[in-house]
Design a protein around this ligand. Sequence first.
Ligand SMILES: Cc1cc2nc3c(=O)[nH]c(=O)nc-3n(C[C@H](O)[C@H](O)[C@H](O)COP(=O)(O)O)c2cc1C
Length: 225
Amino acid sequence: MGFNNPGIHAGVANVRSAKSFDGIIGFNIGKNKDTPNENAADDYLICLREAFPVADYIAVNLSSPNTPGLRDLQGAEASARLLDRLKTEQQKLATEHGKQVPLLFKIAPDLNETHIRDLSKVFLDGGLDGLIATNTTLDREKVADHPRANEAGGLSGRPVFEKSTATLRMFASHLGSKIPIIGVGGISSLKDAQSKIAAGASLVQIYTSFIYQGPKLVREIAKSL
Ligand SMILES: Cc1cc2nc3c(=O)[nH]c(=O)nc-3n(C[C@H](O)[C@H](O)[C@H](O)COP(=O)(O)O)c2cc1C
């Protein structure tokens, strides 16, 4: 599948043309499907340079299951190398543009505790600014009886909530309060958002529930959190 879209230049142009928007703009960047992982940093660096002037933060997507091999970038060594390249460039861009733009890594809900511990060390050592936990899951346990359970791709919404929150909780326990975490995955109510905060999130995001409940859900959650 890959990330089918017109590319980073079109994304940046869209943001530049939206003059009246004064909210927070996070850019989510990923490598091209046909870029081998050994050259992945080049794609992320291109996107980082382009998005930096217009972004408030940049989410480095290492966890989409829809781009073959992308999740291998979550290996401790691979992510340490990538973080190092991106942090170096981030500092250069900060001087050039006179502003800081935080770098967040977005991770999968399908990591085991050892992996989470190793990655946490990489993130702390490498000066990661923030973490987004989590992307969609490959796990089909919660939808085992569904006729489409075995289709390829990431599963979002309600079925990812528990795994995603457990992953968030484990990262929070390893990172302490040193790296803020955005909690995302299956939030469909105020109670779900509160659970993410209780598990260690500083902020929350919603994707799937927005389709079903629209902006009203955001207002309800923002009002009461
Ligand atoms: C159709 C679709 C497209 C998505 N595209 C991306 C993407 O390009 N980059 C990314 O980091 N996450 C992507 N995600 C993952 C979501 O941002 C979110 O992390 C995940 O769906 C869990 O949250 P939710 O249960 O609220 O949807 C996508 C999810 C869906 C369902």
